[in-house]
Structures are given as structure tokens and as C-alpha cells.
Design a protein around this ligand. Structure first.
Ligand code: ADP
Ligand code: MG
Length: 247
């Protein structure tokens, strides 16, 4: 295992809305991280920050030297009017990577001549996926990749991500997909200490860990409540005892 990226005390706000104050985490080779959390928690923003597409307010991100980060947006964008082949090969000079274009066209059964603008949401997503894979990322960030995908493509993506040669960090609300593709869970939620709960294991392992944590928390609160109750009772009795003494 080698460290690919490490984040320390990341803070991000939009105006007066603070998404997170002090996020710290690391990403290693072999990681297949599922990023979950309530709507609006800042998952998409965090992915864009890691991809270097959005600024953060404070903290630090260290990337391993030469790290290639791939990013699959929730709604991928393309240069207007391009065909699929051009979309995949845009900006590529390395002949080895160029060979990848042909490989990924075939593996994802894409028609290189088709105009991207004419494709359905699902096929656009496949093109965007191929565009990133051609560039051989070391860390691949995926934001809700199953949206707009048909079942066959979802199953293909599951298989692919399970055996991918690169680390992944995937946002998904699809619990079944998550259970199949993640070996670590990041739970981004203000209610967690420091805003992020990291659990090693599958989504099922995460659920167990989170339940235990919540039980512990509930137990602590109960103990506290009992203590407070006893204190109140003691004060009351004391006050009464005093009044009785005084009279
Ligand atoms: P998630 O992906 O967890 O649902 P997002 O990262 O998309 O959350 O958004 C988190 C919050 O930040 C939302 O309330 C959203 O409206 C706000 N937000 C996201 N991007 C911007 C932006 N560019 N400008 C202002 N507010 C934003
Ligand atoms: Mg989002």
C-alpha cells in the first residue's frame, strides 16, 4: 500500500454555508472508497476539490508525485459538436495512450463516429468514462456513476471497479452498487466527529460500525441523563432537608 493522496484539516464554505471545517483523510493504492452522506453534505464539492477543480478555504492536500486523477462528473460535459473518437483523444499526444482510445472504444462498444451531442445520457456517461480510462488514472473519482446508466452498464461497471488496477473514490446513493464496489466507507455528515466517519470494510461493515457508535453515544447520553437526574434529586432533597432544618 502506498499513499496516493492525503488531506489535512480541509475547510470549505460557500458564503455563510460551511460544508466542512476540518476534514482529514488519506487515500492509498488498493482503496475502493464509497463516499456517502446526506444530500447537500458536500460530497460532490469534496470530489471536485480532490480533482483540483474547486478551491478550498484552508487545510492542505498532498498528492504523490505524478499522480493522475481521473474525474467522472455527475453530468459530464463535452466540447460541442465533437464525435466520440475526438472526445476520447482530445489533447492526447502519447502514442501509447492513443492506442488506449481504440481499446476503450471497443471495450465499451462505442461508435467513434457518433456525435456526442446526439447520444442519450447513459451513452454520454459511457463516453465520459472511456475518456478518463484512456488516460490511465491512478485515482479515479466518480460522482453518482450509475445515474442514467442501464442495468447492463451498471453490472459492467461493478465488475470493472471490483478489479480495477487503480484506486477509486465513488459517490453513490445506490446501496447495492456501493456494497459491491467499496472496501472502505467515508461518511460525510456534520453529525460525525470532525464531520467524517471512516470505516474499513464494506457498506455492511460500515452500517454495523455506525450502529455500534450510535449505541455507545446513546448509552453515554443515558448515563449522563441518569447522573443529572440523581443530581437534581439530591439538590431537591437537600433543599427540603435545609428548609426542614431551618423551620
Ligand atoms: P452533495 O453532493 O453532498 O449533495 P454538494 O457538494 O453538491 O453536496 O453541495 C453542498 C452544498 O453546497 C449545497 O447546499 C449546494 O447548494 C452548495 N453548493 C455547491 N456548489 C456550490 C457553488 N458553486 N456555489 C454555491 N453553493 C454551492
Ligand atoms: Mg452530489
Amino acid at each position: 500500500m502506498a499513499i496516493l493522496l492525503s488531506a489535512q484539516n480541509l475547510e470549505k464554505s460557500f458564503g455563510s454555508q460551511t460544508l466542512f471545517r476540518s476534514l482529514s483523510f488519506g487515500v492509498e493504492t488498493g482503496d475502493r472508497i464509497g463516499l456517502i452522506g446526506p444530500n447537500g453534505a458536500g460530497k460532490s464539492t469534496l470530489l471536485k476539490i480532490i480533482a483540483g477543480l474547486t478551491d478550498y478555504d484552508s487545510g492542505e492536500i498532498a498528492r504523490s508525485r505524478g499522480l493522475r486523477v481521473g474525474y467522472l462528473a455527475q453530468s459530464p460535459e463535452f466540447t460541442p459538436g465533437v464525435n466520440v473518437f475526438d472526445a476520447l483523444s482530445e489533447g492526447i499526444e502519447d502514442p501509447e495512450k492513443f492506442a488506449n482510445v481504440h481499446e476503450w472504444l471497443a471495450r465499451l462498444t462505442l461508435d467513434g463516429e457518433a456525435r456526442v451531442d446526439d447520444l442519450s445520457g447513459g451513452w454520454k456517461k459511457r463516453v465520459a468514462l472511456a475518456r478518463e480510462l484512456v488516460r490511465e488514472p491512478d485515482l479515479f473519482l466518480l460522482d453518482e456513476p450509475t445515474n442514467h446508466l442501464d442495468l447492463e452498464s451498471i453490472l459492467w461497471l461493478e465488475d470493472f471497479l471490483q478489479t480495477a488496477p487503480f484506486a477509486t473514490l465513488t459517490i453513490t446513493h445506490d446501496r447495492m452498487f456501493l456494497q459491491r464496489i467499496a472496501n472502505r466507507i467515508f461518511d460525510l455528515d456534520k453529525r460525525n466527529p470532525d464531520g467524517l466517519l471512516v470505516v474499513k470494510g464494506s457498506y455492511a461493515d460500515f452500517l454495523e460500525a455506525k450502529e455500534n457508535l450510535m449505541h455507545q453515544q446513546a448509552r453515554r447520553e443515558m448515563v449522563l441523563q441518569n447522573t443529572l437526574g440523581r443530581e437534581t434529586e439530591w439538590l431537591r432533597r437537600g433543599a427540603k432537608a435545609r428548609t426542614t432544618k431551618q423551620t
